[in-house]
Write a protein that binds this ligand. Structure first.
Ligand SMILES: [Zn+2]
Ligand SMILES: [Zn+2]
Length: 96
């Protein structure tokens, strides 16, 4: 059954999940619809849920358009509004 396994591995080229990732990276500018609208900066400092101090997790992503100069800050890109205290420098000093 060698031919069957070969077919399965070549089928990964058409994996729709990979296409979705590409679409998420290249978004269009809401102002001028240019494709030069992309993430230019990741801001760290998601607050710890226990003490509120900033952690290393991403707090926001800055999208900017190279064509018209429009910029927008997207907060909580990972969905979480606070970081677990297990990853906090103050609550768990030896977490690294
Ligand atoms: Zn633009
Ligand atoms: Zn903390």
């Amino acid at each position: 059954m060698k031919t069957q396994s070969a077919k399965q591995s070549s089928g990964k080229w058409l994996n729709p999940a990979g296409w979705r990732i590409v679409q998420a990276v290249f978004s269009t500018c809401p102002c001028c619809n240019s494709f030069q609208y992309s993430i230019t900066e990741h801001k760290r400092g998601l607050p710890c849920k226990d003490c509120g101090m900033p952690t290393d997790r991403i707090l926001s992503e800055v999208y900017a358009c190279k064509s018209c100069g429009y910029a927008q800050e997207q907060f909580f890109p990972e969905g979480d509004k606070v970081e677990d205290s297990l990853f906090c420098d103050f609550c768990t000093p030896n977490h690294r």
